[in-house]
Design a protein around this ligand. Sequence first.
Ligand SMILES: [Zn+2]
Length: 187
Amino acid sequence: MVANFNSLNYIILDNTAFVSAFDPNQIALQNPRIQFYITSSVYDEALSNPRSSRLIEIAEAQQILKVIDPLPESLKFICKTAEETGDIAALSKTDQEIIALYIDLNKNLPDQRGIIISDDYSVQNTCARLKIPFYSYQKRGIQKSIKWEIYCPNCYETFPPKLLGKNCDHCGATLKRRAYRGKKRKL
Ligand SMILES: [Zn+2]
């Protein structure tokens, strides 16, 4: 294990962690005070996969796993932030919930240190924007927050973030996103 989870009090997991065969029980062997949190939608999804359901069963038996859903106002706050970063269209409801759960836990447990483990790029980007610590289990995590720009690959028109994946008003091409590099300098 590359990362050191021993100084942490809690870890919030999303499904990408389970898909990467992240095993909470292994971490708990090294750090017996660690607590894992997942949302009910992560829980349901993880239970539907035989491999992760086994890990969940063990974690529950060890009493190191709690299922909690975020407060609606925290979820709203995450939505707003993701709209600003341009991540909103790529961030599922589940993704938004796990970040919102961090907001709640951080408020309720101010003396504790926690992180989110996710391999999802948009989750990482939103976390970076909010200075929420995250760890990518499989891939190398992003280095800094990126602001996305939604654009038409055909006519180069730009669009609001929530239109990612929709069609261009002008030519009908599917809109894409790219890292926003600031305004172009005028010649
Ligand atoms: Zn276009």
